[in-house]
Ligand binder design. Structure first.
Ligand SMILES: [Zn+2]
Length: 316
C-alpha cells in the first residue's frame, strides 16, 4: 500500500453561497464522511493545509486581482464578475486555504513524506486565470502548487492532467507559453459546454507550443473513448515530456450521473483513469502524484468516484 496524504480542513465548508448552488459545502462533507465511514480515510496520512504566503499566490495571480477579490468579499458582494461564481465574506480566506491545501499536498509528495496525495479542497480552481475568477473558481489551486514545486523544490517539469468535464481554461492560459508545465485536458467539447474553450488546435504558444494538449469529447462519449484518449494522446505526451511529478485536476463531473454535462464516464472509468496516471507516474517520476479536487456535483456518484480514485492512489 502506498503512503497517500489526505489534505482537508473543516474551514473549507465556510465558503458557501447565499443561495442554492451546485458547488456547495455538502459536496466536501459527503466525501469526507464517505471516506471515513468506509475506513479509507484511516489508511491515509492526514495533512493540514497551511495558509500560503502572498508570494506563493503571486507566482500565478495578479496582485490587482487579489486585492479586488479580497475587497469584494469584505464588502459582502455575493458574486464575482460572472453570476455563476459566488462569494461570501469568507471566500477570500478560504480560497487562500484551498490553494494552501494543494501546496501542502504537493510539499508532502515532493519531500517524500508521502508517495501520493489527494487534496479535498474547495473552492475549485482550474477556471481561474491570472486576472479573473470564473466558473466557481477563485484561485487556481493546481497552478499555485505547480509553481510552488518549481520555486521551492527545483522541479523543472510538471505535468498536469485535467479530467474535469469542463475545460481547464484558467490553467491552460497560465501555462500557455511555458514549456516547463505540460497541460493535458480531456473534457466535453467546447461547442456544447462551458467555458467554450479547449479545442484540439489549442496546443500552446511561443516557447510553450506543444506543451498543451486538448482532447475535446463529444456528448455521449464514455469510458471507452476516454481509454483511447489516454492511450493515444496522454501516454505519448508523458513519455515525451518526462515529468518529475504529475498533478491531477480531479473533477468528477464527467460521470454519467452528473447533471452539469453530457459525458458518460462511469465510476469504474475513474478507476481506469487513476490507475493509468499512477502507472505513468511509476514509470516516469517515481510514482509522484498530487491530485486536487475540482468539480463533481451529483453527490452519490461524486463520493463513489472519489473513493475509487483514492483506493487506486493507495494501490489497493
Ligand atoms: Zn467541472
Amino acid at each position: 500500500m502506498n503512503r497517500v496524504g489526505f489534505v482537508y480542513h473543516s474551514d473549507y465548508l465556510l465558503h458557501a453561497a447565499p443561495f442554492d448552488h451546485p458547488e456547495s459545502p455538502s459536496r466536501l462533507l459527503a466525501i469526507v464522511e464517505h471516506l471515513s465511514s468506509n475506513g479509507i480515510a484511516d489508511r491515509m496520512i492526514p495533512i493540514e493545509p497551511v495558509y500560503p504566503g502572498e508570494s506563493d499566490i503571486l507566482r500565478v495571480h495578479d496582485p490587482e486581482y487579489l486585492r479586488k477579490l479580497e475587497a469584494a468579499c469584505r464588502r459582502g458582494d455575493t458574486t464575482l464578475d460572472a453570476e455563476d461564481t459566488y462569494l461570501c465574506r469568507n471566500s477570500y480566506t478560504i480560497a487562500l486555504l484551498s490553494a494552501g491545501g494543494a501546496i501542502a499536498g504537493a510539499e508532502a509528495v515532493a519531500t517524500g513524506m508521502v508517495r501520493r496525495a489527494f487534496c479535498a479542497v474547495r473552492p475549485p480552481g482550474h477556471h481561474a486565470d491570472r486576472h479573473t475568477g470564473m466558473g466557481f473558481c477563485l484561485l487556481n489551486n493546481v497552478a499555485v502548487a505547480a509553481r510552488y514545486l518549481q520555486a521551492k523544490h527545483g522541479i523543472s517539469r510538471v505535468f498536469i492532467v485535467d479530467w474535469d468535464v469542463h475545460h481547464g481554461n484558467g490553467t491552460q492560459s497560465i501555462f500557455l507559453e511555458d514549456p516547463s508545465v505540460f497541460f493535458f485536458s480531456i473534457h466535453e467539447h467546447p461547442s456544447f459546454l462551458y467555458p467554450g474553450t479547449g479545442r484540439r488546435w489549442e496546443t500552446g504558444k511561443g516557447a510553450g507550443e506543444g506543451t498543451t494538449i486538448n482532447a475535446p469529447m463529444s456528448p455521449g462519449t464514455g469510458d471507452e473513448e476516454y481509454r483511447l484518449a489516454f492511450e493515444q494522446m496522454l501516454q505519448p505526451a508523458v513519455e515525451r515530456f518526462r515529468p518529475e511529478i504529475i498533478m491531477i485536476s480531479a473533477g468528477f463531473d464527467a460521470h454519467r450521473e452528473d447533471p452539469l454535462a453530457d459525458i458518460e464516464v462511469t465510476t469504474e472509468g475513474y478507476r481506469f483513469m487513476t490507475r493509468f496516471v499512477c502507472e505513468l507516474a511509476e514509470r516516469h517520476c517515481g510514482g509522484k502524484v498530487v491530485s486536487v479536487l475540482e468539480g463533481g456535483y451529483e453527490i452519490p456518484s461524486l463520493v463513489a468516484s472519489v473513493a475509487i480514485h483514492v483506493q487506486e492512489l493507495l494501490g489497493t
